[in-house]
Design a protein around this ligand. Structure first.
Ligand code: AMP
Length: 217
């Protein structure tokens, strides 16, 4: 069963691709961010412990994240990890508990992310998401579903997007270097245009994965 990691900057479509790969390969999609949000919503012990970090956008301490991931991957045969590992410590821990077949590395330039996210608007009332490039509302500025006003999220402002992108690059660099040195295989996917259909990217990932696994059985 496949054991994968996906890397990609915020807004790169990581979540979408992971869900599709989950279906294609019959593996579990393990997103640490999703797990934490879910636990916070449930009000569980874990949720209470991580709430203060997640709400401030700070990293949850390694010991907590590592334990959560360990428990999850022990229960499944194959997986795609999304949002983990984020620190060197996490990467070392991960390799000490499992093998990794490949890392899917989404290489998306900053301008593509800015273009994509800054054209995103949401309905103030019902939360439906539109994109002024590909998924326009019928009437400008008005939600098709409930007639609410469409607004841009505060964190989709270009300067904030650029800052998130910078932080991502800075944080993942040493983690990727470490994993590379440990001999983990990378599949690099260049996403250099704003409107590549997700199917095309997923097809490229699947093909490159099959080739990699055939060459290194
Ligand atoms: P995400 O949706 O991946 O951006 O994750 C949301 C939040 O969950 C982050 O801002 C962190 O507070 C926490 N989180 C998720 N994954 C990790 C991780 N691997 N290490 C530390 N904190 C994490």
């Amino acid at each position: 069963m496949l054991k994968l990691i996906i890397f990609g900057p915020p807004g790169s479509g990581k979540g979408t691709y992971s869900s599709r790969l989950k279906e294609i390969f019959g593996i579990e999609h393990i997103s640490t961010g999703d797990i934490f949000r879910e636990e916070i919503k449930k009000g569980s012990e874990l949720g209470k412990e991580v709430k203060k970090y997640v709400e401030k956008g700070e990293l949850v301490p390694d010991e907590i994240v590592n334990e959560v991931v360990k428990e999850k991957i022990e229960k499944v045969k194959g997986f795609i990890l999304d949002g983990y590992p984020r620190t060197l410590n996490q990467a070392k821990f991960l390799l000490s508990i499992t093998k990794i077949d490949a890392i899917i590395d989404l290489l998306v330039p900053e301008w593509v992310i800015v273009e994509r996210l800054s054209s995103r608007v949401v309905c103030e009332k019902c939360g439906k998401v539109y994109n002024l490039r590909f998924l326009k509302p019928k009437v400008e500025g008005i939600c098709d579903v409930c007639g609410g006003k469409l607004v841009r999220r505060e964190d989709d402002e270009p300067e904030i997007i650029k800052e998130r992108f910078r932080i991502y690059e800075e944080m993942t660099k040493p983690v990727k270097e470490f994993l590379r040195k440990q001999g983990v295989k990378f599949i690099e996917i260049k996403c250099e245009s704003v409107d590549i259909p997700p199917e095309k990217i997923v097809k490229e990932i699947s093909e490159k994965l099959s080739k990699l696994l055939n060459d290194n059985p």
